[in-house]
Design a protein around this ligand. Structure first.
Ligand code: DGL
Length: 286
């Protein structure tokens, strides 16, 4: 297990039939991870926290991101979460160790599962991965290091325009396709990847457009959705001893946001692809 938990993985998992799972993101984007988790670990109860008041994290410094992420993780732990999924790539890249030190429960980040999925996808021992992510994630080189640890070469490219475009709901829009064409053609001049890792919560919503643009540019790279890979890793860690696939089990979730709950309810349904229900407003300071 990716955590500093004193309890062994098996003992911990076996003791939890209906764990309370906290999912944290800087905003709405992590709902792509929650969406992937819900059917996989259906017996869990989820608490989702989107730190929308302080979004975006992707352009902030390490110290600020770590402070924000630790406050949010502590809230989720105090609220009863027994397992935390840091759905935000930027928070994982810059604050995973700070979060692990700050809470007692096991913590899973998104980078490791995404990189492991890339490793499984690429047959060549020293294959090449293109990582698309926020500026802060790229500058941290967390993906490059994680890729190097499994023998993959990574080219990391910041795509700062994609988060605002997705948040605008422009997931199927000519402007988004043009922006993708520019980012990806520049990236493909630097590398010839076998896989493209979506290293940001928002990118799974435009995975189809990313794949199409790669094909248009002559690349056969496989697109890896780190939201799916993370849900798979969480399932592997949590499923032991649980009734994760109990017939009729339906996962319950509750959402908190640190800014406008109306906006969260509207955008959240887009990310979650289902009604998000009532969102609670949370004040965890500035
Ligand atoms: N959640 C962030 C990530 O996955 C994207 C949004 C932000 O910059 O806060 O990197």
């Amino acid at each position: 297990m990716n955590s500093a938990s004193p309890m062994t993985d098996a003992a911990w998992a076996a003791s939890k039939r209906n764990p309370v799972v906290g999912v944290f993101d800087s905003g709405f984007g992590g709902l792509t991870v929650l969406r992937a988790l819900l059917p996989r670990i259906a017996s869990a109860n989820y608490i989702y926290l989107g730190d929308t008041a302080r979004l975006p994290y992707g352009a902030k410094s390490q110290a600020t991101i770590a402070r924000y992420a630790v406050e949010s993780a502590r809230f989720l732990e105090e609220r009863g979460c027994e397992y935390l999924v840091i759905a935000c790539n930027t928070a994982t890249a810059l604050a995973l160790e700070d979060i692990r030190r700050a809470v007692k429960v096991p913590v899973l980040g998104v980078i490791e599962p995404g990189v492991q999925a890339a490793r499984r996808t690429i047959a060549e021992a020293d294959g090449e991965v293109l990582v698309l992510a926020t500026t802060a994630t790229v500058q941290s080189h967390a993906y490059r290091e994680a890729c190097a640890a499994v023998g993959l070469r990574a080219t990391e490219v910041a795509c700062p325009l994609l988060v605002p475009l997705v948040e605008e709901g422009w997931t199927d829009h000519a402007v988004t396709r043009e922006v993708l064409r520019i980012y990806l053609s520049e990236a493909l001049r630097k590398c010839d990847p076998q896989a493209v890792l979506l290293g940001c919560t928002h990118y799974p919503l435009i995975a189809g457009a990313i794949e199409q643009t790669l094909r248009d540019l002559g690349s056969a790279a496989v697109v890896i959705d780190s939201a799916e890979a993370t849900a798979e890793a969480a399932e592997a860690e949590l499923a032991t001893g649980m009734e994760a696939h109990a017939p009729g089990a339906e996962a319950k979730f509750e959402c908190f946001a640190t800014d406008s709950v109306e906006k969260f309810e509207r955008l959240g349904s887009l990310f979650l692809r289902r009604s998000i229900g009532q969102v609670h407003l949370l004040d965890i300071g500035g």
